[in-house]
Write a protein that binds this ligand. Sequence first.
Ligand code: MN
Length: 281
Amino acid sequence: MNSTPISAPISVAWGAATDVGLRRALNEDSFLAAPPLFLVADGMGGHQAGEVASATVIDEFSRLVGRASLTVDDVQASVRQARRRVDALSEGADAAAGTTLAGVGVAEVDGEAHWLAVNLGDSRTYRLIDGVLQQISVDHSVVQELIDAGQLDAATAARDSRRNVITRALGAGSDSEPDYWLFPATEGDRLLICSDGLPTELPDDRIADILRAEPHPQSAADGLVREAVGAGGRDNVTVVVVDALAVTSRNRHDRPAEMLPPTLFEEDGFEDTLPRARVRG
Ligand code: MN
């Protein structure tokens, strides 16, 4: 059984699985599943550049493993350092390597256990609470922008030829900041972090069925990856499942996740200059 630092505000159990799928030669996804961080990175760039980029970001964040909890500042500092390292990989190269980054860290706010979610790109974080699946992250993708503009509906989007085109990344010529969400943790929460290879193959209803049916997070992760590969495996697929076994909290909270306003980060040089239409390799 996995273990959690004794002073951690959330006691967690987790599982993780990854598969190259049926169509790709390389698995360019990387993940981190070790308290207080649960992350997925989906690399892009070809000729192993994506694989190295996603592994580099995970390596940078692994420095935070073993802490009881994290702050937004901790995660931002790691994003900055990871970006420097990924950008350095591409010096002198024709095409810039890059990666998505999505997931959650364990945080504490006024003595209460929280999840801190981070997202850049189209890997995703979901939360299963009282049996209901909610998508926490919002994709940075052309298709999501079309949905937001009312020009595409979610069902059609899954088959849209532009579904792999993302608008923010770590590296790949992007200098955009991540989105962050902070929300109270509740005992019984199950979080799912995945690369786009999962929702590309399985609808949310099926993902929710598997998460509800599998009691252990490792069996849930294995089941999700197995079914996504069985459904076509057109992309690499990576899944991390995290359960909150116990939380330090005075009250039961189930208010929805709220995105932290980007103005919070302005002093750190946040620039709203989002490059458009990065094509995944
Ligand atoms: Mn992918």
